[in-house]
Ligand binder design. Structure first.
Ligand SMILES: Cc1ncc(COP(=O)(O)O)c(C=O)c1O
Length: 426
C-alpha cells in the first residue's frame, strides 16, 4: 500500500512506514495513493465479521504484508461483538462499545497495537497520544504490558469524565499519563510539537496512536461493513449513517468504506456546539471557535485533525462535500435526545445521542438510518443519570478501576515542560 503526504505529495511511504511515522513532513497526513474498490460487496456482506474484515484489510494490505499476516492482525484485534440494535422505528445503533475499554476506539487501537508489534523493528518505541476521552483508555489497554513500547497519554485536566480517566491513569507499568491544564486542542498541539522536535522524535522513537495513524482508520472501515450487513437483514434501502464527530477519524473511515463500494446512502456529521465542520459545510468558511466544554466531551474539538482526509476522499471520488450533512447540536438537544431514546426503550450516552438526533433531523420519509454508539452509557454515568433521573449500573470493566488511584503527572500546556518530563520518565 502506498501513501502520500497530503501537504507534500512527493513524500511517499509504505503502510509500514506510515504506521511507524504517524505523520509526514510538516505534520502532513498520510493518504492512500489508491483506494481499493471491491467488486464482491454482496458476497462480503454475507460473511461473518472477522472473515469479512480479513478481506477488507487484505484489499489494502495483502500486497505489502501478505494475506496470512493480515489475517493474523485482524483475528487478534477484533475479538468482541458489535451488535446493531433497533432504537426505534427507523433508527438503529451500531454498538461499538463491547471491547475491553467500552468504546469504539478499541477497534483502531487494538489493530494498531498488533501492527506496531508485528512491524516495528526498533528496540524501543514511545507512543505519544492526546485523548479527549476514550483514545487514552483504548490505547493504554491495547499496549499495556508490551514492555518494548512505552505509552504517554496527554489529556485535558477536568475535561474528561472521572471514569474515563480512571480507565487509563491507574494502570502504571509502561503506561504514563499527564493531565494538562488546558483543552484537548492544546494536548493535540503538544503532541504535534513533540513530533516536530528532532530530539524527542528520534531519541524516543516517537509514534502517535491518535486517529491520525492510518492503521487505526483502516481498522474502523470494517465496522461500517458490519453495520450495513446487519441493517440489510431487515431493510431493503441503503442506510443513512450519522457519525458522532470530534476529530473526524470515524467519519473518514466511513467515507473510505463507501469509496470501497459499501452501499451507504449518505453521511450525517454530527457534532456538539464545537461545530466548526457543520458551519463550514453550511457557509463555506473554516472558522474554528474557542473549544467549549460539553457533556459529550470526547467531541470537544474545534480543529479536527482528520478533516483534510475527508476533503481528499471527496475529491478523489469526485463526490461533493454537499453530500455530507453537518449538524451541530446544543446541550439541551443532547439531553432531549437521551430522554427520547430512553423513552423509546434505548439507553444511550451523550455522543451517540447527538448522532441519533442529527439522524432524525435529517432523515426523510422512507429512509432508515444508523447512528454509531461510540461509548458505553456507563462511561458517562453521571451525565446520563442526571439527564434521565435513573441509576446506571457499572459494567465489570469500570467496577474494577473506579476506586484505584490516579497516577498522572500534571502540567501546563507548555512544550518545554513536556519535553523535560518525557526525558525524565522514559
Ligand atoms: C465516545 C466518542 N464518540 C465520538 C468521538 C469522536 O470520534 P472522532 O474523533 O473519530 O470524530 C470520540 C472521540 O474521541 C469518542 O470518544
Amino acid at each position: 500500500m502506498e501513501l502520500y503526504n497530503l501537504k507534500h505529495p512527493s513524500q511517499k511511504v509504505s503502510f509500514t512506514e506510515a504506521v511507524k511515522l504517524g505523520l509526514g513532513r510538516d505534520r502532513g497526513l498520510f493518504f492512500p495513493t489508491l483506494i481499493p474498490v471491491l467488486d464482491n460487496v454482496d458476497e462480503l456482506l454475507a460473511m461473518p465479521f472477522v472473515e469479512r474484515s480479513k478481506h477488507i484489510m487484505g484489499a489494502w494490505l495483502a500486497q505489502e504484508l501478505g494475506q496470512e499476516r493480515v489475517d493474523e492482525l485482524v483475528e487478534n484485534a477484533f475479538n468482541f461483538e458489535l451488535p446493531l440494535v433497533k432504537a426505534d422505528d427507523n433508527r438503529y445503533c451500531l454498538e461499538l462499545f463491547h471491547g475491553p475499554t467500552l468504546a469504539f476506539k478499541d477497534f483502531g487501537a487494538r489493530f494498531m497495537a498488533q501492527c506496531l508489534n508485528a512491524l516495528a523493528s526498533e528496540d524501543k518505541i514511545t507512543i505519544l497520544t492526546a485523548t479527549s476521552g476514550d483514545t487514552g483508555a483504548a490505547v493504554a489497554d491495547a499496549f499495556y504490558g508490551l514492555d518494548k513500547i512505552q505509552v504517554v497519554v496527554l489529556y485535558p485536566k477536568g475535561k474528561i469524565s472521572l471514569l474515563q480517566e480512571k480507565m487509563f491513569t491507574t494502570l502504571g507499568r509502561n503506561i504514563h499519563t499527564v493531565s494538562v491544564e488546558s483543552d484537548f486542542d492544546a494536548c493535540q498541539d503538544l503532541v504535534k510539537a513533540a513530533f516536530e522536535d528532532r530530539d524527542v522524535r528520534e531519541d524516543l522513537h516517537l509514534n502517535s496512536a491518535n486517529s491520525i495513524n492510518i492503521s487505526r482508520l483502516l481498522a474502523q472501515i470494517c465496522y461500517y461493513f458490519e453495520a450495513v450487513a446487519q441493517f440489510k437483514l431487515t431493510n431493503d434501502c441503503d442506510p443513512v449513517i450519522a457519525v458522532p464527530s470530534g476529530n473526524f477519524g470515524n467519519l473518514t473511515a466511513g467515507l473510505f468504506a463507501r469509496a470501497m463500494g459499501l452501499p451507504i446512502k449518505r453521511f450525517v456529521a454530527a457534532t456538539n456546539s464545537n461545530d466548526t465542520v457543520p458551519r463550514y459545510l453550511a457557509l463555506g468558511d473554516w472558522l474554528p471557535h474557542q473549544t467549549v466544554a460539553t457533556m459529550s466531551n470526547a467531541m470537544d474539538v474545534s480543529e479536527p485533525s482528520n478533516w483534510p482526509r475527508v476533503e481528499a476522499i471527496v475529491e478523489a471520488m469526485g463526490w461533493s462535500l454537499a453530500d455530507i450533512t453537518g449538524i451541530g447540536l446544543s446541550e439541551s438537544d443532547t439531553q432531549d435526545s437521551l430522554a427520547q431514546l430512553y423513552h423509546a426503550g434505548y439507553l444511550s450516552e451523550p455522543h451517540a445521542a447527538i448522532a441519533a438526533k442529527a439522524l432524525s433531523l435529517t432523515m426523510e420519509d422512507k429512509e432508515a438510518g444508523i447512528f454509531l454508539g461510540t461509548a458505553h452509557p456507563a462511561k458517562f454515568k453521571d451525565v446520563v443519570e442526571q439527564a434521565l433521573d435513573i441509576k446506571v449500573a457499572l459494567p465489570p470493566e469500570l467496577e474494577a478501576v473506579k476506586d484505584k488511584p490516579i497516577l498522572s503527572a500534571s502540567m501546563d500546556a507548555n512544550f518545554a515542560d513536556l519535553k523535560a518530563h518525557l526525558f525524565a520518565i522514559l
